[in-house]
Design a protein around this ligand. Structure first.
Ligand code: ADP
Ligand code: ZN
Length: 525
């Protein structure tokens, strides 16, 4: 063909402005819909390439694309990147002084801007809405659209009011984008943002280049060190911990081990956070030790691993956090270490969290689903995708259970011993004490309650405390035992125990992996 390429065509913009050769996944369909002026709802996993889905139509259509994002840091990064690519882009948020804001408003009215990023509260100010009414708007992109969902963790009241865009600007196409959305959240987004006519683009959540690995926490420091030393030397990665204290102590410890590790949590001064984030993005091989405050909107393609030292509280959270690894498509690893204490801590958090009973029940369910993923003996990826209503035709071959099918053992006898011990101590004690009784330990508490007189005292000395914790954890996860968060985390039997106690049911549990097999370069201590 001798036709000259149309400088407004999505493909031309993709190549000449962004320097990419082809579209990924649904990008082209989404972009073409928006260029035609239709609304869209885009569900794409983190790293899937959502930004281009609105950036290219904004460039292809007359006027300026308005991007609504809750994340100021992300706005700045995106605007910087766009400007570097020669796109006239800007943001309006509270970090700008009056004069700079006015300048940007003038550029918008003068038709000089192609992309303008706004926080939702800024957009909803009457002054901004009037400004937009006078400008030519190419489209509205509502990023992180799941923030409209009241059940999610990222709910933002401002997002609810974004439905006004439809009434005020009926001719302007809108696209809502998110990486987190089960069926229900998706419906909520469509309904609350008044997107009933929008076409839905649902991408696969599979991230084939991420290797999923979940292991019981035996000696987390040693396990982490082995992982870093044998597989991740010099690689950039994120290590998630539940508490700020643990973030700081872990970062410090890794620094002592010679790693370029930095802490990140919401309790650090904002300059420190910004500096650490900057170093993570710009320097090579930085290991960020962080709470979940870190990550949303971080665009670093070559993160080689994400490690969790504590259990995430839901499969969604796990997926979102691990999804920050390997955005460049190269092999990456997601390693999760979890233990009984995580289960106890999270059950407690769910039980004492704010919100009504229904909300607590849902949190509990989410946690159970996460625990289920940890304990399965089949392909992790299949289970993970099934959770997002996606079916994988075959086992993935790139998760720990595929690569090394877990060994199981007949734990019926051990389970009965544990159940009896819980029963005989009155279902009033936590795992540590029950295990002490089983192993015949000589502790103050045992003497105080005369538990050395029980028939179950010392009947479990054949297993290590670690093995008993594994048995306990698996019985909790499978619903045989429950942890009573309202009574000092006492272990209690459920109805499900009866057939096991009567010898009518056998229990196959995962065998605890032996201590790390490969040699490490770990230093002592
Ligand atoms: P998301 O917002 O969905 O998490 P981004 O829009 O930040 O993802 O894109 C993730 C990474 O993929 C970015 O580094 C981006 O430049 C890159 N990317 C997106 N689309 C393409 C494409 N069609 N070809 C090559 N790289 C792409
Ligand atoms: Zn697998």
């Amino acid at each position: 063909m001798t036709e000259t390429p149309d400088a407004q065509s999505p493909h031309y913009i993709l190549e000449h402005t962004f320097g990419y050769t082809g579209f990924r996944g649904d990008q082209q369909d989404i972009i073409e819909s928006l260029v035609r002026g239709e609304d869209a709802l885009v569900l794409m996993p983190t790293g899937g390439g959502k930004s281009l889905c609105y950036q290219i139509p904004a460039l292809a259509r007359p006027g300026c694309g308005i991007v609504i994002s809750p994340l100021i840091a992300l706005m700045q990064d995106q605007v910087e990147a766009l400007r570097a690519a020669g796109v006239s882009a800007a943001f309006l948020n509270s970090s700008l002084d009056f004069r700079s804001a006015q300048e940007i408003e003038q550029q918008l009215l003068g038709g000089e801007l192609k992309l303008l990023y706004l926080a939702p509260e800024r957009l909803l100010q009457p002054r901004t809405l009037e400004l937009l009414a006078q400008a030519e708007v190419a489209l509205f992109a509502i990023d992180e659209a799941h923030c409209v969902s009241q059940w999610g963790h990222d709910f933002r009241a401002d997002y609810l009011q974004l439905s006004c865009l439809h009434q005020r600007f009926p001719q302007v196409p809108r696209v809502a984008l998110t990486a987190t959305a089960d069926q229900r959240t998706r419906q909520e987004i469509a309904q609350r943002l008044d997107l009933s006519d929008a076409r839905h683009f649902i991408s696969s959540f599979d991230r084939p280049n991420i290797q999923y690995r979940i292991a019981p926490k035996n000696n987390p420091k040693r396990q982490l060190l082995q992982f870093l030393n044998t597989e991740q030397q010099g690689h950039a990665g994120v290590i998630y911990c539940l508490s700020r204290n643990k973030v700081e102590s872990t970062a410090e410890w890794l620094q002592q081990q010679g790693f370029n590790a930095l802490p990140y949590h919401a309790g650090l001064p904002s300059e420190v956070r910004a500096e650490h984030q900057r170093r993570f993005l710009r320097e090579e091989g930085v290991v960020m030790v962080a709470t979940i405050a870190f990550g949303m909107g971080i665009d670093k393609p070559d993160v080689r691993f994400v490690a969790h030292l504590d259990l995430p509280k839901s499969v969604e959270a796990y997926y979102q956090e691990t999804g920050r690894a390997g955005r460049d498509g190269d092999p990456a690893t997601a390693l999760l270490l979890y233990g009984l204490e995580d289960v106890v801590k999270l059950s407690q958090m769910a039980a004492t969290s704010e919100g009504n009973e229904e909300h607590k029940r849902q949190e509990r369910q989410r946690l159970d689903a996460m625990l289920g993923l940890c304990e399965i003996t089949s392909c992790r990826r299949r289970a993970l995708l099934r959770y997002f209503n996606e079916t994988l035709e075959a086992d993935c071959g790139n998760c720990d259970t595929c690569l090394e099918p877990p060994a199981t053992w007949d734990a019926s006898d051990a389970a009965r011993k544990l159940m009896s011990s819980i029963y005989r101590t009155g279902q009033r004690f936590g795992a540590a004490h029950v295990i002490d009784v089983l192993r015949g330990a000589d502790t103050e508490k045992i003497r105080q309650f005369n538990h050395n007189q029980l028939s179950t005292y010392g009947i479990g000395s054949d297993l290590s405390a670690n093995e008993w914790r594994a048995v306990t954890r698996q019985l909790v996860v499978r619903g045989y035992l429950q942890v009573n968060a309202e009574a000092f985390n006492a272990l209690q039997l459920t109805e499900q125990c009866r057939p096991v106690l009567r010898g009518e049911e056998t229990l196959q549990l995962r065998t605890l992996p032996k201590a790390p097999a490969r040699a490490t370069r770990e230093s002592a201590g």
